[in-house]
Design a protein around this ligand. Structure first.
Ligand code: MF3
Ligand code: CO
Ligand code: CO
Length: 282
């Protein structure tokens, strides 16, 4: 089965962003990351995901002057997404809808934020939040998923292939005993939320599209502690692991530069690259 994100994509080739568009995407990326910085101190046991959504939405609207891209987003076959951000807890892989659910100690939560700036550019990123006293498994899964995202990012440079990114992610996830979700993937992004290319989080080196300076896409691996199969919930959005195992995700938006990559979703609170990547680059 092809990755579901196919349905989001128009049949066209990968766009190369102009210098003006790149400037617009730098701002979008920073603002997207700053929403995650803003919400961080509120993410603790006792708060509802609906309250976190409300706070993010207010911050975007009243402080940033941005618009939440998910709100009323309705790709073909999907009902309009009803909230401003996605909140995915424990066995929810992605696209969790904020609501009455109260966070409790031990929960592993992904918050996925996409802003649209006044110039119409999208800034898409997500982070994991571990509540109170998380299990060893939740800590390790989140850490390995973060390493997976960064091992993918570290492959990005002109002349490299999308398959190099997927391979690096899959290798690390599977050697850690985890599995890679196949139905959802990273994506090109700009004035359009989801555009070409699809960025698979598994694959073979030297395959798929060759990277060129000016491309912008997300890398957003979803890694399961158990099996990779998914289950769709009746709300039309929420995706869970079929075996109810824990799932984690991290997301950054990446520009291909003349010499390598630039992480666009960067803010004061962005976590540093993990040692597994920092050591290779040093
Ligand atoms: N932000 C998600 C992504 O990384 C997409 C969310 S679509 C929504 O691509 F409608 F669920 F918000
Ligand atoms: Co994305
Ligand atoms: Co996202």
């Amino acid at each position: 089965m092809p990755p579901r994100r196919l349905e989001y994509c128009l049949p066209m080739s990968i766009s190369i962003k102009t210098p003006e568009e790149i400037e617009g995407m730098r701002l979008a990326g920073r603002l997207g990351a700053e929403v995650l910085d803003y919400i961080t101190p509120f993410v603790k046991a006792g708060v509802t995901t609906g309250e976190l959504d409300r706070l993010c939405h207010e911050y975007m609207t009243n402080v940033q002057g941005t618009v939440p891209a998910p709100l009323n987003y309705a790709p073909p076959g999907y009902p309009p997404f009803p909230k401003a951000v996605c909140t995915s807890i424990n066995d929810v892989i992605c696209h969790g809808i904020p609501g009455d659910k109260v966070l409790k100690s031990g929960d592993a939560l992904n918050i996925d934020v996409t802003v649209i700036t006044k110039d119409g550019f999208h800034g898409d990123n997500s982070r994991m939040f571990l509540i109170g006293e998380p299990s060893i498994l939740a800590r390790r899964l989140s850490e390995v998923t973060y390493e997976c995202m960064w091992l993918g990012i570290a492959k990005v440079k002109p002349g490299a292939y999308l398959g190099d990114i997927g391979h690096a992610i899959q290798q690390h996830a599977e050697k850690s005993g985890y599995s890679v979700v196949r139905e959802f993937c990273g994506h090109g992004i700009g004035r359009v939320f989801h555009e070409e290319p699809q960025v698979l989080h598994y694959g073979k080196p030297g395959t798929l599209d060759k990277l060129e300076p000016g491309m912008i896409f997300t890398i957003e691996p979803m890694i399961n502690a158990g099996r990779r199969e998914i289950k769709e919930m009746p709300d039309g959005w929420t995706i869970k692991t079929k075996d109810r195992s824990l799932s984690a995700q991290w997301e950054h938006m990446i520009l291909v530069t003349e010499t390598g990559y630039e992480v666009l979703t960067t803010s004061a609170g962005t976590p540093p690259p993990p040692a597994i990547v920092a050591n290779k680059e040093a």
